[in-house]
Design a binder for this molecule. Structure first.
Ligand code: PMP
Length: 382
Protein backbone atom coordinates (compact mmCIF):
# COMPACT_ATOMS: atom_id res chain seq x y z
CA UNK A 1 0.00 0.00 0.00
CA UNK A 2 1.41 3.45 -0.89
CA UNK A 3 1.47 6.01 1.95
CA UNK A 4 -1.45 8.45 2.09
CA UNK A 5 -1.03 12.19 1.92
CA UNK A 6 -2.73 14.45 4.43
CA UNK A 7 -3.70 17.09 1.88
CA UNK A 8 -2.64 20.69 2.48
CA UNK A 9 -5.39 21.75 0.08
CA UNK A 10 -8.19 19.25 0.70
CA UNK A 11 -10.80 21.37 -1.06
CA UNK A 12 -8.80 22.32 -4.15
CA UNK A 13 -9.91 20.98 -7.50
CA UNK A 14 -8.52 21.71 -10.95
CA UNK A 15 -8.56 25.47 -11.56
CA UNK A 16 -11.47 26.78 -13.59
CA UNK A 17 -9.06 28.16 -16.20
CA UNK A 18 -7.90 24.68 -17.06
CA UNK A 19 -11.43 23.28 -16.87
CA UNK A 20 -12.85 25.95 -19.19
CA UNK A 21 -9.90 25.82 -21.61
CA UNK A 22 -10.29 22.04 -21.94
CA UNK A 23 -14.06 22.47 -22.46
CA UNK A 24 -13.40 25.21 -25.06
CA UNK A 25 -11.06 22.89 -26.98
CA UNK A 26 -13.53 19.98 -26.77
CA UNK A 27 -16.32 22.11 -28.22
CA UNK A 28 -14.19 24.05 -30.65
CA UNK A 29 -15.18 27.28 -28.91
CA UNK A 30 -13.47 30.66 -29.16
CA UNK A 31 -11.61 30.94 -25.87
CA UNK A 32 -12.09 34.37 -24.29
CA UNK A 33 -11.74 32.70 -20.90
CA UNK A 34 -8.11 32.29 -19.91
CA UNK A 35 -6.03 35.47 -19.96
CA UNK A 36 -3.53 35.06 -22.75
CA UNK A 37 -3.06 36.98 -26.02
CA UNK A 38 -3.61 35.19 -29.35
CA UNK A 39 -1.54 37.75 -31.29
CA UNK A 40 2.20 37.35 -31.78
CA UNK A 41 4.72 38.90 -29.48
CA UNK A 42 7.42 41.36 -30.53
CA UNK A 43 9.80 39.68 -32.97
CA UNK A 44 12.68 41.80 -31.78
CA UNK A 45 12.35 40.17 -28.36
CA UNK A 46 12.17 36.64 -29.75
CA UNK A 47 15.26 37.27 -31.87
CA UNK A 48 17.12 38.64 -28.83
CA UNK A 49 16.32 35.32 -27.11
CA UNK A 50 17.61 33.34 -30.12
CA UNK A 51 20.81 35.39 -30.17
CA UNK A 52 21.32 34.94 -26.41
CA UNK A 53 20.85 31.19 -26.78
CA UNK A 54 23.22 30.97 -29.75
CA UNK A 55 25.77 33.07 -27.87
CA UNK A 56 25.86 30.40 -25.20
CA UNK A 57 23.86 32.08 -22.42
CA UNK A 58 22.37 28.78 -21.36
CA UNK A 59 23.75 28.17 -17.87
CA UNK A 60 22.57 29.22 -14.42
CA UNK A 61 22.61 32.93 -13.80
CA UNK A 62 22.85 34.52 -10.35
CA UNK A 63 20.13 33.30 -7.98
CA UNK A 64 18.80 36.85 -7.60
CA UNK A 65 18.54 37.24 -11.38
CA UNK A 66 20.99 38.38 -14.06
CA UNK A 67 22.49 41.63 -12.79
CA UNK A 68 22.06 43.40 -16.17
CA UNK A 69 18.34 42.59 -16.03
CA UNK A 70 17.99 43.82 -12.47
CA UNK A 71 19.75 47.04 -13.52
CA UNK A 72 17.33 47.50 -16.42
CA UNK A 73 14.39 46.88 -14.07
CA UNK A 74 15.78 49.40 -11.56
CA UNK A 75 16.16 51.98 -14.33
CA UNK A 76 12.53 51.45 -15.39
CA UNK A 77 11.29 51.74 -11.79
CA UNK A 78 13.18 54.99 -11.28
CA UNK A 79 11.87 56.37 -14.59
CA UNK A 80 8.24 55.37 -13.94
CA UNK A 81 7.90 55.75 -10.18
CA UNK A 82 10.77 58.01 -9.20
CA UNK A 83 12.13 55.39 -6.82
CA UNK A 84 15.89 54.65 -6.99
CA UNK A 85 15.75 50.99 -5.86
CA UNK A 86 19.07 49.16 -5.56
CA UNK A 87 19.31 46.34 -8.14
CA UNK A 88 21.74 44.46 -5.87
CA UNK A 89 19.52 44.29 -2.82
CA UNK A 90 15.93 45.13 -3.74
CA UNK A 91 15.08 43.13 -6.89
CA UNK A 92 14.83 39.37 -7.41
CA UNK A 93 13.93 37.79 -10.75
CA UNK A 94 11.41 34.94 -10.35
CA UNK A 95 9.76 32.27 -12.48
CA UNK A 96 6.61 34.37 -12.92
CA UNK A 97 4.43 36.70 -10.91
CA UNK A 98 2.53 33.95 -9.09
CA UNK A 99 5.81 32.54 -7.75
CA UNK A 100 6.80 36.02 -6.55
CA UNK A 101 3.51 36.33 -4.63
CA UNK A 102 3.88 32.80 -3.23
CA UNK A 103 7.43 33.50 -2.08
CA UNK A 104 6.55 36.88 -0.55
CA UNK A 105 3.69 35.36 1.48
CA UNK A 106 5.81 32.37 2.52
CA UNK A 107 8.56 34.75 3.64
CA UNK A 108 6.36 36.64 6.09
CA UNK A 109 3.61 34.27 7.23
CA UNK A 110 3.60 32.25 10.44
CA UNK A 111 0.78 29.84 11.35
CA UNK A 112 -2.25 31.71 12.65
CA UNK A 113 -1.35 35.05 11.01
CA UNK A 114 -4.17 36.83 9.19
CA UNK A 115 -4.00 38.29 5.69
CA UNK A 116 -6.57 40.75 4.34
CA UNK A 117 -7.68 39.60 0.87
CA UNK A 118 -10.21 41.31 -1.36
CA UNK A 119 -12.70 39.28 -3.37
CA UNK A 120 -13.11 38.55 -6.20
CA UNK A 121 -9.47 37.38 -5.94
CA UNK A 122 -6.92 35.83 -8.31
CA UNK A 123 -7.07 32.13 -7.61
CA UNK A 124 -3.61 31.61 -6.10
CA UNK A 125 -3.95 34.04 -3.17
CA UNK A 126 -6.10 32.12 -0.69
CA UNK A 127 -4.47 28.70 -1.21
CA UNK A 128 -1.03 30.29 -0.75
CA UNK A 129 -2.11 31.85 2.54
CA UNK A 130 -3.62 28.56 3.72
CA UNK A 131 -0.65 26.41 2.70
CA UNK A 132 1.39 28.62 5.03
CA UNK A 133 -1.00 27.89 7.92
CA UNK A 134 -2.29 31.47 7.90
CA UNK A 135 -5.88 32.68 7.70
CA UNK A 136 -7.38 34.71 4.84
CA UNK A 137 -9.63 37.50 6.09
CA UNK A 138 -11.84 38.07 3.11
CA UNK A 139 -13.35 41.46 2.29
CA UNK A 140 -15.72 41.72 -0.69
CA UNK A 141 -15.11 44.54 -3.15
CA UNK A 142 -18.31 46.62 -3.51
CA UNK A 143 -20.40 45.43 -6.42
CA UNK A 144 -20.76 46.64 -9.19
CA UNK A 145 -17.85 49.14 -9.06
CA UNK A 146 -15.52 46.72 -7.21
CA UNK A 147 -14.10 49.42 -4.96
CA UNK A 148 -12.54 48.80 -1.55
CA UNK A 149 -14.67 49.48 1.54
CA UNK A 150 -11.94 50.98 3.73
CA UNK A 151 -14.20 51.26 6.79
CA UNK A 152 -14.64 47.50 6.62
CA UNK A 153 -10.87 47.06 6.23
CA UNK A 154 -10.33 49.10 9.41
CA UNK A 155 -12.84 46.88 11.24
CA UNK A 156 -11.16 43.67 10.07
CA UNK A 157 -7.63 44.68 11.09
CA UNK A 158 -6.60 42.78 14.22
CA UNK A 159 -3.45 42.13 16.24
CA UNK A 160 -2.96 39.06 14.03
CA UNK A 161 -3.04 40.96 10.72
CA UNK A 162 0.30 40.28 9.04
CA UNK A 163 -0.39 41.57 5.55
CA UNK A 164 -2.78 43.20 3.12
CA UNK A 165 -2.81 41.69 -0.37
CA UNK A 166 -3.59 44.13 -3.17
CA UNK A 167 -4.01 43.75 -6.92
CA UNK A 168 -4.19 46.72 -9.28
CA UNK A 169 -5.08 46.72 -12.15
CA UNK A 170 -7.37 44.00 -10.92
CA UNK A 171 -8.09 40.56 -12.27
CA UNK A 172 -10.94 39.73 -12.87
CA UNK A 173 -12.72 43.11 -12.62
CA UNK A 174 -10.45 45.63 -14.37
CA UNK A 175 -10.83 48.00 -11.40
CA UNK A 176 -7.81 50.00 -10.23
CA UNK A 177 -6.59 51.69 -7.07
CA UNK A 178 -7.08 55.47 -7.08
CA UNK A 179 -5.41 58.30 -5.14
CA UNK A 180 -8.02 58.02 -2.39
CA UNK A 181 -7.32 54.29 -1.94
CA UNK A 182 -3.65 55.12 -1.47
CA UNK A 183 -4.43 57.69 1.22
CA UNK A 184 -6.73 55.24 3.01
CA UNK A 185 -4.12 52.50 2.78
CA UNK A 186 -1.49 54.81 4.29
CA UNK A 187 -3.88 55.54 7.15
CA UNK A 188 -4.54 51.86 7.78
CA UNK A 189 -0.90 50.72 7.88
CA UNK A 190 0.75 53.75 9.49
CA UNK A 191 2.42 52.78 12.77
CA UNK A 192 1.58 49.07 12.38
CA UNK A 193 3.67 45.99 11.56
CA UNK A 194 1.48 45.14 8.58
CA UNK A 195 3.16 44.20 5.29
CA UNK A 196 1.74 44.84 1.84
CA UNK A 197 1.95 42.25 -0.91
CA UNK A 198 1.06 44.05 -4.11
CA UNK A 199 0.27 42.13 -7.30
CA UNK A 200 1.01 44.59 -10.11
CA UNK A 201 1.38 42.20 -13.04
CA UNK A 202 -0.89 44.45 -15.14
CA UNK A 203 1.06 47.65 -14.32
CA UNK A 204 1.28 48.77 -17.97
CA UNK A 205 -2.21 47.63 -18.98
CA UNK A 206 -4.04 50.69 -17.70
CA UNK A 207 -6.42 52.79 -19.77
CA UNK A 208 -8.04 56.18 -20.26
CA UNK A 209 -4.89 58.09 -19.26
CA UNK A 210 -5.19 56.87 -15.65
CA UNK A 211 -2.10 56.53 -13.46
CA UNK A 212 -0.98 53.18 -12.07
CA UNK A 213 -0.78 53.57 -8.31
CA UNK A 214 2.22 51.34 -7.72
CA UNK A 215 3.43 50.80 -4.16
CA UNK A 216 6.80 51.79 -5.65
CA UNK A 217 5.49 55.32 -6.14
CA UNK A 218 4.81 55.90 -2.44
CA UNK A 219 7.85 55.62 -0.11
CA UNK A 220 5.62 55.34 2.96
CA UNK A 221 4.01 52.23 1.46
CA UNK A 222 7.05 50.77 -0.30
CA UNK A 223 8.94 50.52 3.02
CA UNK A 224 6.62 47.60 3.93
CA UNK A 225 5.83 46.18 0.46
CA UNK A 226 6.67 43.20 -1.70
CA UNK A 227 5.72 44.34 -5.20
CA UNK A 228 5.23 41.55 -7.76
CA UNK A 229 5.45 41.75 -11.57
CA UNK A 230 5.29 39.48 -14.63
CA UNK A 231 7.08 39.89 -17.96
CA UNK A 232 4.55 37.43 -19.37
CA UNK A 233 1.83 40.07 -19.11
CA UNK A 234 4.01 42.98 -20.17
CA UNK A 235 5.40 41.45 -23.34
CA UNK A 236 2.58 39.06 -24.38
CA UNK A 237 4.55 35.92 -23.53
CA UNK A 238 2.55 34.42 -20.67
CA UNK A 239 4.10 31.00 -21.37
CA UNK A 240 7.58 32.22 -20.47
CA UNK A 241 6.72 32.41 -16.78
CA UNK A 242 9.22 35.06 -15.81
CA UNK A 243 8.70 37.96 -13.45
CA UNK A 244 10.26 39.70 -10.48
CA UNK A 245 9.69 41.00 -6.99
CA UNK A 246 10.81 44.35 -5.58
CA UNK A 247 11.09 45.02 -1.84
CA UNK A 248 13.30 47.00 0.56
CA UNK A 249 16.67 45.28 1.11
CA UNK A 250 16.08 43.74 4.55
CA UNK A 251 12.74 42.24 3.48
CA UNK A 252 14.20 41.05 0.19
CA UNK A 253 17.03 39.34 2.12
CA UNK A 254 14.43 37.10 3.78
CA UNK A 255 12.57 36.57 0.48
CA UNK A 256 15.80 35.30 -1.09
CA UNK A 257 16.25 32.74 1.70
CA UNK A 258 13.00 31.11 0.55
CA UNK A 259 13.68 31.62 -3.15
CA UNK A 260 17.14 30.03 -3.07
CA UNK A 261 15.77 26.69 -1.90
CA UNK A 262 12.86 26.65 -4.29
CA UNK A 263 13.75 27.61 -7.86
CA UNK A 264 17.18 29.11 -6.92
CA UNK A 265 17.55 30.79 -10.33
CA UNK A 266 15.31 30.96 -13.35
CA UNK A 267 15.51 30.83 -17.16
CA UNK A 268 18.82 32.47 -18.06
CA UNK A 269 18.38 32.98 -21.81
CA UNK A 270 15.27 35.14 -21.62
CA UNK A 271 16.90 37.24 -18.90
CA UNK A 272 19.69 38.26 -21.31
CA UNK A 273 17.09 39.20 -23.90
CA UNK A 274 14.84 41.08 -21.47
CA UNK A 275 17.80 43.03 -20.06
CA UNK A 276 18.27 44.61 -23.51
CA UNK A 277 14.64 44.88 -24.53
CA UNK A 278 13.58 46.63 -21.32
CA UNK A 279 15.77 49.60 -22.24
CA UNK A 280 13.30 50.51 -24.99
CA UNK A 281 10.80 52.58 -23.06
CA UNK A 282 8.33 52.99 -25.90
CA UNK A 283 7.76 49.21 -25.95
CA UNK A 284 6.14 49.24 -22.53
CA UNK A 285 4.80 52.78 -22.65
CA UNK A 286 2.53 52.03 -25.61
CA UNK A 287 0.99 48.89 -24.09
CA UNK A 288 -1.86 50.68 -22.34
CA UNK A 289 -3.17 52.34 -25.50
CA UNK A 290 -2.70 49.13 -27.50
CA UNK A 291 -4.87 47.15 -25.07
CA UNK A 292 -7.29 50.06 -24.61
CA UNK A 293 -8.05 49.88 -28.34
CA UNK A 294 -8.88 46.19 -27.89
CA UNK A 295 -11.12 46.90 -24.91
CA UNK A 296 -12.94 49.61 -26.87
CA UNK A 297 -13.27 47.45 -29.97
CA UNK A 298 -14.71 44.54 -28.00
CA UNK A 299 -17.04 46.77 -25.97
CA UNK A 300 -18.41 48.36 -29.13
CA UNK A 301 -19.03 44.98 -30.73
CA UNK A 302 -20.68 43.69 -27.55
CA UNK A 303 -23.23 46.53 -27.75
CA UNK A 304 -24.87 44.44 -30.43
CA UNK A 305 -25.56 41.71 -27.85
CA UNK A 306 -27.69 41.65 -24.69
CA UNK A 307 -24.61 41.58 -22.46
CA UNK A 308 -24.03 44.74 -20.40
CA UNK A 309 -20.46 45.93 -19.89
CA UNK A 310 -19.06 46.92 -16.51
CA UNK A 311 -16.20 49.43 -16.76
CA UNK A 312 -12.66 48.07 -17.18
CA UNK A 313 -9.84 50.51 -16.43
CA UNK A 314 -7.00 48.03 -16.81
CA UNK A 315 -5.84 44.38 -17.25
CA UNK A 316 -6.77 41.98 -20.07
CA UNK A 317 -10.34 41.67 -18.86
CA UNK A 318 -13.80 43.14 -18.86
CA UNK A 319 -16.80 41.91 -16.92
CA UNK A 320 -20.20 41.66 -18.59
CA UNK A 321 -23.59 41.23 -16.85
CA UNK A 322 -26.04 38.81 -18.39
CA UNK A 323 -28.98 39.15 -16.01
CA UNK A 324 -31.19 40.30 -18.91
CA UNK A 325 -30.41 37.06 -20.71
CA UNK A 326 -30.66 34.18 -18.27
CA UNK A 327 -31.35 33.18 -14.66
CA UNK A 328 -28.75 30.44 -14.76
CA UNK A 329 -25.81 30.45 -12.36
CA UNK A 330 -22.60 31.87 -13.80
CA UNK A 331 -21.04 28.42 -14.03
CA UNK A 332 -24.03 26.84 -15.79
CA UNK A 333 -24.33 29.77 -18.15
CA UNK A 334 -20.61 29.77 -18.99
CA UNK A 335 -20.73 26.03 -19.73
CA UNK A 336 -23.82 26.44 -21.93
CA UNK A 337 -22.19 29.35 -23.79
CA UNK A 338 -19.23 27.12 -24.56
CA UNK A 339 -21.26 24.11 -25.61
CA UNK A 340 -24.09 25.79 -27.53
CA UNK A 341 -22.67 29.13 -28.71
CA UNK A 342 -18.99 28.10 -28.88
CA UNK A 343 -17.64 31.03 -26.91
CA UNK A 344 -15.86 30.56 -23.60
CA UNK A 345 -15.81 33.06 -20.74
CA UNK A 346 -15.02 32.66 -17.04
CA UNK A 347 -17.70 32.78 -14.33
CA UNK A 348 -16.74 35.53 -11.86
CA UNK A 349 -18.10 33.39 -8.99
CA UNK A 350 -14.94 31.24 -9.11
CA UNK A 351 -12.96 34.20 -7.81
CA UNK A 352 -14.98 34.08 -4.57
CA UNK A 353 -14.37 31.46 -1.86
CA UNK A 354 -18.11 31.14 -1.25
CA UNK A 355 -18.98 31.38 -4.94
CA UNK A 356 -20.78 34.78 -4.86
CA UNK A 357 -22.86 34.89 -8.04
CA UNK A 358 -23.77 38.31 -9.48
CA UNK A 359 -24.55 37.00 -12.96
CA UNK A 360 -21.34 38.37 -14.39
CA UNK A 361 -18.85 36.73 -16.77
CA UNK A 362 -15.23 37.68 -17.40
CA UNK A 363 -14.11 38.08 -21.00
CA UNK A 364 -10.47 38.41 -22.11
CA UNK A 365 -10.18 41.00 -24.88
CA UNK A 366 -6.41 40.55 -25.44
CA UNK A 367 -7.15 38.90 -28.79
CA UNK A 368 -6.92 39.68 -32.49
CA UNK A 369 -9.79 41.79 -33.84
CA UNK A 370 -10.88 38.84 -36.00
CA UNK A 371 -11.15 36.63 -32.89
CA UNK A 372 -13.23 39.24 -31.06
CA UNK A 373 -15.49 39.71 -34.11
CA UNK A 374 -16.06 35.98 -34.52
CA UNK A 375 -16.90 35.60 -30.82
CA UNK A 376 -19.38 38.49 -30.82
CA UNK A 377 -21.06 37.18 -33.97
CA UNK A 378 -21.83 34.04 -32.01
CA UNK A 379 -22.93 35.90 -28.87
CA UNK A 380 -25.37 38.00 -30.93
CA UNK A 381 -27.45 34.86 -31.43
CA UNK A 382 -28.32 34.81 -27.74
N1 PMP B 1 -1.54 37.88 -10.80
C1 PMP B 1 -2.64 38.06 -11.54
C2 PMP B 1 -3.70 38.96 -11.03
C3 PMP B 1 -2.77 37.41 -12.77
O1 PMP B 1 -3.87 37.57 -13.50
C4 PMP B 1 -1.74 36.58 -13.22
C5 PMP B 1 -1.81 35.85 -14.54
N2 PMP B 1 -2.95 35.16 -14.76
C6 PMP B 1 -0.62 36.43 -12.42
C7 PMP B 1 -0.54 37.08 -11.21
C8 PMP B 1 0.48 35.49 -12.81
O2 PMP B 1 1.49 35.89 -13.58
P1 PMP B 1 2.55 34.79 -14.04
O3 PMP B 1 1.97 34.03 -15.19
O4 PMP B 1 3.75 35.57 -14.37
O5 PMP B 1 2.77 33.86 -12.86
Amino acid sequence: MPPTIQSKQPHAGTTIFTVMSVLAAQHNAINLGQGFPDFSMDEELTSLVCTAMKNGHNQYVHMNGLLQLRESIAEKINFLYNNPVDPETAITVTPGGTYAIYTALTTILQPGDEVIVFEPAYDSYIPTIEINGAVPVIIPLRFPGYSIDWDLVKKKISTKTKAILLNSPHNPTGSILGANDIEQLKDVVRGTNIFIVSDEVYEHLIFDGLQHESMLRHPELFERSFVCFSFGKTYHCTGWKIGYCVAPGAMMGEFRKIHQFNSFSCNSTVQFALADFLKQRDKYLQLGSFLQQKRDYFEKLMQQTKFKALPSYGSYFQLYRYDGLSDESEKDFAIRLTKEYKVTAIPTSVFYKEGTDNKVLRFCFAKKEATLEAAVNRLMKL
